[in-house]
Write a protein that binds this ligand. Structure first.
Ligand code: SF4
Length: 241
């Protein structure tokens, strides 16, 4: 597979900071949150409230520091021989020659989500969106995160097709999108699924819930799992601990 570094000069949306929620943006008039927040939502919704609405900052855990370091190593390695390209171009060339990229930015204003895909394989047959995780347990929170990347990627795919200029050049991309989880620092893909209609509906439902939390129409629920609380970096600020 060819290493590619995808730039997205075509992404030009009206973007501003949310006035009250740290990390939230308003893109094309709609609140837009980082997809990584879904991982935290699966751990404990209340921690989202403490971090982004109350603005509580904590020192990063050792796992977070190690994770960032390993991410950077992989990205640097890919950049050594990666060819710069654009999303539109790599969609075309990968129909004939498989490509691999890391840290690809995806944004879907209509769903209010954005983020960086750890690694993506674009082959003549399929797209595989990979999220690297410590360990090899497919937690629901990890699955939700990778499904949201799939949703944002699919939205960009459809926008790219819709953006083709002449009617004769409109060719729907029939390649299937898959989401996968990989054990960090290894080649071990321990979970993979097709991004089918069921998965799409499930993740849209959860994303709507997330917007409901931040808009105030739904309560941030604290976890009932004391083991999570015992490891939580927000415990000294949390009235549920
Ligand atoms: S201490 Fe427990 S309830 Fe409070 S934010 Fe952390 S995980 Fe959630």
């Amino acid at each position: 597979m060819k290493n590619k570094l995808i730039n997205n000069p075509d992404i030009q949306y009206n973007t501003e900071k949310h006035p009250k929620i740290k990390g939230m943006q308003i893109i094309e008039g709609k609140s837009n949150f980082p997809i990584s927040w879904l991982n935290q939502q699966g751990y404990c919704e209340y921690s989202l409230y403490l971090q982004y609405l109350k603005g509580i900052e904590t020192v990063p855990t050792q796992a977070m520091i190690t994770g960032t370091h390993e991410h950077q190593k992989l990205e640097d390695k890919l950049k050594e021989d990666a060819v710069p390209t654009t999303f539109k171009d790599v969609l075309e060339t990968s129909k004939y020659e498989a490509a691999i990229s890391r840290e690809m930015y995806v944004v879907a204003p209509e769903f209010g989500i954005r983020g960086f895909i750890d690694e993506i394989w674009m082959t003549p047959d399929e797209f595989i969106i990979i999220d690297d995780k410590p360990g090899k347990i497919p937690y629901p929170s990890s699955i939700n995160q990778v499904l949201a990347y799939c949703l944002a990627f699919k939205s960009m795919l459809n926008s790219s097709i819709a953006g083709q200029t002449t009617l004769t050049s409109i060719t729907p991309d029939k390649r299937k999108v898959h989401g996968a989880l990989r054990e960090k620092g290894t080649d071990n893909i321990f979970w993979k699924t097709e991004f089918d209609e069921g998965n799409e509906n499930n993740i849209k439902f959860l994303i709507n819930r997330m917007h409901g939390l931040f808009e105030g129409s739904k309560p941030f629920l604290p976890t009932k799992n004391h083991n999570k609380c015992n490891k939580c970096r927000f415990q000294r600020y949390c009235e549920h601990f």
